[in-house]
Design a protein around this ligand. Structure first.
Ligand code: BG6
Length: 477
């Protein structure tokens, strides 16, 4: 058998993409509450004027306000996760439910109580919570008052929030992650760090400063977790993208290396306790002051993470110069090209199971820490047949091939893998597009891109398939 008996099979979501109830239980408005859905979302999150307008005079449909109403329906949803045999369930705590303004001196008891009941419900079914402290949202007041993570003021505020939830959920939560996809803050500063950038010339300086502040806060959370919950494990989380050179031209391979080292630079700090040399040189060359203090250096050095978690959806190819021509590809770093050997999803993401095995080997070699795949999956449109069936064979095929790759990495490459939580185990709002129609779930939710629908849940074909995968510990694929 490839997987250990205690391998953590499960699924993952994030608070803002699922909970809804955006003004209930004393919750404050979060950065995720001021972004519209649809095709314009990508531009909107990069546009400070548009975001300020949404904060001051919100108009139109904001998908995260209701999302899939997990806040009210979590008991039924957890029962469905239990039916599939989940051993672990990843979600995040919404910071704005606990500290509605981010800088309040006292936490909001109703917010704390909500997560108490969610964790109790999971534990009742034998499901371990895996909790992200911050998944692409923060109280909007922190953007208004401090420009988000661009300010060091957020470090002690986050530390207080982290200590509050560690104390409260002592004995309930054994697995923690600090920040979701920390490297994404470099590409999406508002979503990742609540930072609005008015002057494009300041972009590099502001994003790296924000990331540095997040790294110090992450290390302080690791410290607090180790002190308050000595038996718990706390990890980092990175968006892992396997990058290939488009040709064997040395410049293409160099470009791959540049993209790769940028993607992992922040995780390098979280695992090794110091910045990589190339990035320090880049800061010097570009006159970037991240505000590093002697104390920061010590905190980063002394409080590294216990394990490395990551998301993996697709791989990318990159091309340097014009020595070959290629079609443009879809990626977060802008200049990817299409890899002709790999097919794409309806959203242009290139489907590459072997890329997951490569990522597992790469991260294992680089960090020598246990790994956890906390996101993986296929965003696709589903069709509900007349009899209510949802035959999502494309999703089963995607997951089957990725699990095979993961299995090979464990069995043949000796990778130490803690678990696997496919993304959006129940349909939720897409973070990238705000759409409902980009579905990842084993459980279908009746809701559309305009917010219409009953919100009723139903089991897809993949639900029964994944149940069999877990029951056989990954043997029946
Ligand atoms: C990851 C995020 O980047 O990808 C999730 O951590 C997100 O929040 C997931 O939902 C899938 O992306 P999308 O845009 O299809 O929702």
């Amino acid at each position: 058998m490839a997987f250990a008996k205690d391998f953590l099979w499960g699924g993952a979501i994030a608070a803002h993409q699922a909970e809804g109830a955006y003004r209930e239980g004393g919750k404050g408005i979060a950065t995720s509450d001021v972004i519209h859905g649809g095709k314009g979302r990508f531009e909107e999150v990069q546009n400070p004027q548009a975001i300020r307008k949404n904060i001051e005079a919100p108009e139109g449909y904001f998908p995260e306000h209701i999302a899939v109403d997990f806040y009210h329906r979590y008991k039924d949803d957890v029962a469905l996760f239990a039916e599939m045999g989940f051993k672990v369930f990843r979600t995040s705590i919404s910071w704005a439910r606990i500290f509605p303004n981010g800088d309040d001196t006292q936490p909001n008891e109703q917010g704390l109580a909500f997560y108490d009941s969610l964790f109790d419900e999971l534990l009742k079914h034998g499901i371990q919570p895996l909790i992200t402290l911050s998944h692409w949202e923060l109280p909007i007041n922190l953007t208004k008052k401090y420009n988000g993570w661009a300010s060091r003021d957020l470090i002690p505020l986050f530390e207080r929030y982290a200590k509050t939830v560690f104390e409260r959920y002592k004995g309930k939560v054994k697995y923690w992650l600090t920040f979701n996809e920390i490297n994404m803050s470099l590409h999406k500063p508002f979503k990742g760090a609540g930072v609005l950038i008015d002057d494009p010339a300041q972009r590099e300086a502001l994003t790296y400063r924000a990331c540095h502040n997040k790294l110090v806060a992450s290390a302080l959370a690791v410290k607090a977790c180790h002190e308050i919950l000595p038996d718990a494990k706390i990890g980092s989380m990175v968006a892992s993208i396997t990058v290939y050179p488009y040709t064997s031209h040395p410049d293409d391979n160099w470009k791959r290396l540049e993209i790769e080292r940028e993607s992992y630079a922040l995780t390098d700090v979280q695992t090794r306790g110091k910045y990589p040399a190339w990035l320090k040189r880049q800061f010097e060359k570009n006159g970037i002051d991240i505000g590093m203090t002697a104390d920061d250096e010590k905190i980063l050095r002394e409080h590294t993470v216990d394990f490395v978690s990551f998301s993996y959806y697709f791989s990318n190819a990159v091309l340097s110069g014009d020595h070959a021509s290629a079609e443009p590809g879809t990626s977060i770093f802008g200049d990817a090209v299409r890899n002709p050997y790999i097919k794409t999803s309806e959203w242009g993401w290139q489907i590459d199971p072997k890329g997951l095995r490569i990522a597992l080997n790469f991260l294992h070699d680089r960090y020598q820490k246990p790994l956890f795949i906390v996101e993986n999956g296929l965003g696709a449109k589903d069709v509900v047949e007349a009899d209510g069936a949802i035959n999502d064979d494309y999703r089963i095929e995607y997951l089957r091939e990725h699990i095979k790759a993961m299995k090979a990495a464990v069995e043949k490459d000796g990778i130490n893998l803690m678990g696997y939580t496919p993304w959006g185990c129940i349909d939720i709002i897409s973070a990238g597009t705000g759409e409902m129609s980009k579905r990842y779930g084993f459980i279908y939710v009746d809701r559309d891109d305009e917010g219409k629908g009953t919100l009723n849940r139903s089991r897809k074909k993949s639900f029964f398939w994944y149940k069999g995968v877990i029951a056989s510990n990954g043997e029946n694929l």
